[in-house]
Design a protein around this ligand. Structure first.
Ligand SMILES: [Zn+2]
Length: 196
């Protein structure tokens, strides 16, 4: 479920729709969390589907650490990629704002962390940090850099308003991190290893 202070907007002809913040969202805010209404499809279930359904799922899903294609029920499925995203995913089923998001700014994440196959060759995110090519194993290459960004904002999570907290399933794990009883789970935990 995406943060409630967001809406779907037409971003441009080539990019299509995207998700835009309707209010200021401070860094450290959980911007998305996997919830009980999101649908999971195993690779076998996907392969058993007719081609038109497969194409829809390949466009609108991400792949979780167990190799399941996850179809978000709300506008989260329209979140666009950026090589300098507003939100990143630590090793939990959620995303955190790694910088302040201004009203009217597009909410983005990094598809390099979503196990998307086959990746894409021509990123047009216009960021100075653009990698141009987005690969399914970017998560392995950039783990340290992405974890550094996340570790910087992680202590802010209990300090800022969290409208999505109710939906977080890994509350106990997160609270262990906030209390200093455990380190933050690395973003690499979300990497799907046994790809076919
Ligand atoms: Zn880019």
């Amino acid at each position: 479920m995406l943060h409630p202070a967001t809406e779907l907007r037409l971003i441009g002809k080539s990019l299509g729709y995207g998700v835009v913040a309707t209010a200021f969202i401070p860094r450290g805010t959980i911007t998305w969390v996997k919830d009980d209404l999101d649908q999971n499809f195993t690779a076998a279930a996907l392969q058993a589907m007719a081609l038109p359904y497969r194409k829809i799922l390949e466009t609108y899903t991400y792949v979780d650490r167990e190799g399941r294609h996850v179809l978000c029920w709300d506008i989260a499925r329209f979140v666009n990629h950026s090589c300098d995203p507003t939100s990143r995913s630590p090793g939990y089923d959620l995303e955190v704002a790694v910088r302040d998001i201004q009203p009217g700014e597009q909410v983005t994440d990094d598809y390099g962390s979503l196990n998307v196959l086959p990746g894409f060759e021509t990123c047009h995110c216009d960021s100075p940090r653009c990698r141009r090519q987005i690969h399914p194993d970017d998560l392995l290459r950039y783990t340290d850099q992405w974890d550094d960004e996340l570790r910087e904002v992680f202590p802010l999570i209990p300090q800022v308003d969290q409208p999505l907290w109710f939906f977080v399933r890994e509350k106990a794990e997160l609270e262990d991190v906030f209390a200093g009883r455990a380190p933050m789970a690395s973003s690499v935990r979300n990497y799907y290893k046994s790809r076919g």
